[in-house]
Design a protein around this ligand. Structure first.
Ligand code: UD1
Length: 417
């Protein structure tokens, strides 16, 4: 079985270009089925979740091929609206196919996604929104069958600004009859990116990035070529790696715009960060200061997807920090691995108390989810000596090649297969 080996305790230094965004590209790939033709997606990351999404597209009759980092999707031969169960189990975000398939074929059959390691992750907002848009639902033996005589726009108010529900509603609404308004919509940059993609193809969506998104249904979307934005969470992970291990690095292909909360926090801890449109430079010298309270929130708040990585950095801060995880209750299961490095972390409900220790020691750890796995890589870089990280598969779901990228920053890290 493959594992990652890290010889930690060394400062980082170098330059790395940031890959395309996982959370932008997944809904965009779902959106391609709304277009009958050939779509070219540039700057598409070669990560497991994208490979799984390609398998889903192929299973419903589409064709996919790569030209370097351009993914070419041909949706002309789409022939079914049933998403195979094995892929829904592999990747929970495959439920994003629901809105898109409803839009293209007026029906979708998909397995009910179970819980996942970071939390329960229900899809009640998605389903009730579809019902409000003239979609009938039937649930039987863990399967959800949705059909419609035609999607009809409506005003949909979300109880919580769910990213996936906002995306699914947008996808269902683009080819609907009439106007759909989403109130309390998610404001994540990946939503804006999905709307930009759809508008480039002929959709009429306004308000992306605000809490009210309006979609005027159109009859047809046309084939396009599009370049995906860079991944803010991958960039945030590498900033955290440099912050924790010390040193200086340049990230290219991304500015700090979508990372404001992470950058503000790292500055508060004592890092020096400057940025332009397409670069971020970070330097971190000496032990960092603790943060009295970090609360994960929907965008533009502090992202839950950066919580574990920042926790690793805080493990050697000069005092006590607190984190409250408001989005996914299961994220703290990674803490039992972080503690193996010698960290002092206490969990009570949704609160984590991190008492900074003066140094960490390399050890053997097991990744059990994507961002938690990345946090263990960061801890391994910060720790003295050798760390062996098992289950790198989880990290490969979202990072194209974390070892390659961190080696560009001077880290002693390799994937052993
Ligand atoms: C997306 C991101 C994930 C990120 C998360 C929050 C993708 C592929 N994944 O996940 O990386 O961590 O946003 O920024 O883009 N909820 C309900 N009912 C629903 C839907 C959600 O109760 O129908 C709850 C969830 O349990 C959770 C919260 O809403 O507590 C946020 O979930 P949501 O924003 O939907 O996250 P995802 O779209 O699954």
């Amino acid at each position: 079985m493959a594992f990652i080996e890290i010889n930690g305790g060394k400062q980082l230094s170098g330059e790395v270009n940031i890959q395309g965004s996982k959370n932008a590209v997944l809904p965009i790939l779902a959106a391609t089925v709304l277009i009958n033709g050939i779509i070219k997606l540039n700057h598409c990351p070669k990560i497991l979740d994208v490979f799984h999404m390609i398998k889903i597209l192929e299973a419903i009759g589409c064709n996919a091929s790569w030209e370097k980092h351009t993914l070419i999707i041909d949706t002309t031969k789409l022939n079914t609206s049933t998403v195979p169960e094995e892929y829904v189990r592999l990747m929970r975000s495959s439920i994003i196919m629901m809105g898109a398939l409803l839009g293209r074929t007026h029906s979708v059959t998909i397995t009910y996604p179970g819980g996942c390691t970071i939390g329960a992750r229900p899809i009640d907002f998605h389903l009730s929104a579809f019902q409000d848009m003239n979609v009938s639902l039937e649930e039987e033996d863990g399967l959800i069958k949705c059909t419609t005589t035609g999607i009809v726009g409506n005003e949909i108010s979300l109880k919580f600004p769910s990213v996936g529900a906002t995306e699914n509603i947008i996808l269902a609404a683009v080819l609907a009859t009439g106007k759909t308004s989403i109130i309390n919509a998610a404001k994540e940059p990946e939503i804006t990116e999905l709307c930009k993609f759809l508008n480039t193809a002929g959709a009429e969506i306004t308000g992306a990035g605000t809490e009210k998104i309006e979609i005027n249904g159109v009859e047809y979307l046309h084939p396009i070529e599009y370049t995906a934005c860079s991944d803010r969470i991958v960039a945030g992970t590498y900033l955290a790696a440099v912050a924790g291990a010390g040193g200086e690095a340049v990230l290219t292909g991304i500015g700090a715009g979508s990372l404001q909360m992470v950058v503000t926090l790292l500055r508060e801890m004592g890092c020096n960060i400057i940025s332009g449109e397409e670069y971020i430079i970070i330097s971190s010298l000496g032990r960092l200061k603790p943060i009295s309270l970090i609360r994960t929130m929907p965008y533009p708040g502090f992202p839950t997807d950066m919580q574990s990585q920042i926790m690793s950095v805080l493990m050697t801060a000069t005092g006590t920090s607190r984190i409250i995880e408001e989005i996914f209750e299961g994220r703290y299961q990674n803490v039992k691995e972080q503690i193996k490095f010698g960290a002092d972390i206490q969990i009570e409900g949704r609160t984590a108390v991190i008492n900074g220790v003066s140094n960490l020691t390399g050890c053997e750890v097991f990744a059990s989810e994507l961002r938690g796995g990345a946090a263990l890589v960061i801890a391994g870089l910060m720790a003295r000596g050798k760390t062996t990280l098992h289950n790198p598969y989880f990290i490969e779901r979202g990072y194209e090649d974390i070892c390659r990228d961190l080696r560009k920053l001077g880290a002693d890290i390799k994937l052993v297969t």
